[in-house]
Design a protein around this ligand. Structure first.
Ligand SMILES: [Zn+2]
Length: 383
């Protein structure tokens, strides 16, 4: 069994918007309340509260703050589960310490049960009338949960998660190596190259103008809010374009192949380099790898992460000769031993593929991790 997610636009009426605001507010309140409580108790007596304790306390909290009963109770429990996830991601070193949720950011709450899609294809949630929803593609599988979000610019969406039987793609045995870069976003051993569209870079001028206008507005004024929405809209558009592009590439690659070997980049480590941080967050490699793994699960394509310390550019994928004097400027090179001519990036993809198949031993990893990560960045920028 596998999961699929659908994102549909919602058009709540005035009354429904008010109720949704209440749901977002209660969920935010519960999240922030337990985050503060847990931090305070830990500071006082080094005892960590978790979901089990929170859920018990939530019951008494609802007696104290009766308005919490007006919204779906399972959505509030779900909020506590999200908080638990935030904590465990922090302890695993995958994220920063959980932060308080703010009203001006993106708002969301999840409904795990007791919701449905009506015959007029509206979304029926507990305790409210059905909301108009635009279903632009057919929903496959059994519906498991729905998350309602309101973006910073004021748009509403429903993310519906379904569970379905996975029909594995026919075993065609296609294996590819895949490299990520800044000039070309994705390079494969096939060979294929997908350019980096630099969506953020392209809207930068417009964004700067709007941000300047926003900074001139009087604090807490109506005009400031309007200006804030305009800035948020540009950010949302960029994020949507990028996601759309990555969906298309990841779908194509997972449909056409059985195994994809790619470098296991330490993305957080790279972003610490300030000069590159903007370009790297624009390209969103992490999001792409997540999509690749998620689609790989659905379409039966295995994603193999290869140790990122492996010097994949310098090795001839034909004979194994290591060209130590390969510089960052060399986009193409010819092997001294076997005279094979290589495109730098595609050669690297072939090496990744061979490495993950066990053809190459780990012994070649001489350079330090940081060097390799920096190299990867400089390589991409200088090209
Ligand atoms: Zn060679």
């Amino acid at each position: 069994m596998g999961n699929k997610t659908y994102r549909f636009r919602l058009y709540p009426n005035q009354e429904q918007q008010q109720f949704l605001a209440k749901c977002f507010g209660c969920s935010r309140f519960v999240y922030n309340y337990f985050l503060r409580l847990t931090t305070d108790i830990y500071t006082d007596c080094q005892k960590s509260l978790r979901y089990k304790e929170w859920a018990k306390l939530l019951t008494s909290l609802k007696k104290e703050f009766e308005w919490l009963n007006e919204v779906n109770s399972q959505a509030l429990q779900q909020t506590l589960k999200n908080l638990e996830t935030a904590y465990s991601r922090f302890f695993k070193g995958l994220a920063k310490f959980p932060r308080f949720k703010k009203r001006s950011n993106k708002q969301s709450f999840r409904v795990p049960q007791h919701f449905s899609i009506t015959e007029e294809s509206k979304l029926k949630l507990p305790k409210m009338t059905p909301i108009k929803m635009v279903i632009h593609r057919e929903i496959e599988g059994e519906i498991k949960s729905v998350t309602i979000t309101k973006t910073a610019s004021g748009k509403y969406y429903a993310s519906i998660v379904t569970e379905l039987e996975i029909s594995k793609a026919p075993l065609n045995g296609e294996k590819i190596g895949l490299d990520l870069g800044l000039k070309d976003f994705v390079i494969t051993s096939k060979p294929e190259k997908f350019p980096n569209p630099r969506y953020f870079q392209r809207s930068l001028r417009r964004l700067k103008i709007r941000q300047r206008r926003l900074s001139r507005k009087v604090k807490d004024s109506n005009n400031r809010n309007k200006a804030r929405v305009r800035v948020a809209k540009i950010h949302e558009k960029v994020a949507n374009q990028r996601l759309d592009y990555q969906h298309k590439i990841s779908l194509k690659l997972t449909n056409e192949n059985q195994v994809i070997s790619c470098e296991d980049l330490n993305i957080k480590g790279i972003v610490k380099n300030r000069k590159l941080a903007k370009q790297i967050s624009d390209v969103a490699w992490g999001q792409f790898l997540t999509l690749l793994e998620y689609k790989g699960d659905i379409y039966g394509c295995e994603i193999k992460r290869v140790d990122r310390f492996f010097p994949s550019s310098k090795r001839c994928s034909n004979c194994g000769y290591i060209k130590e004097d390969l510089t960052l400027k060399d986009r193409e090179w010819t092997c001294r031993e076997c005279h094979a001519h290589h495109d730098r990036d595609i050669n690297a993809c072939w090496n990744l593929l061979q490495f993950s198949d066990g053809y190459i031993e780990q012994e070649v990893s001489e350079s330090t991790p940081n060097q390799t990560v920096e190299m990867q960045c400089i390589k991409s920028v200088s090209s």
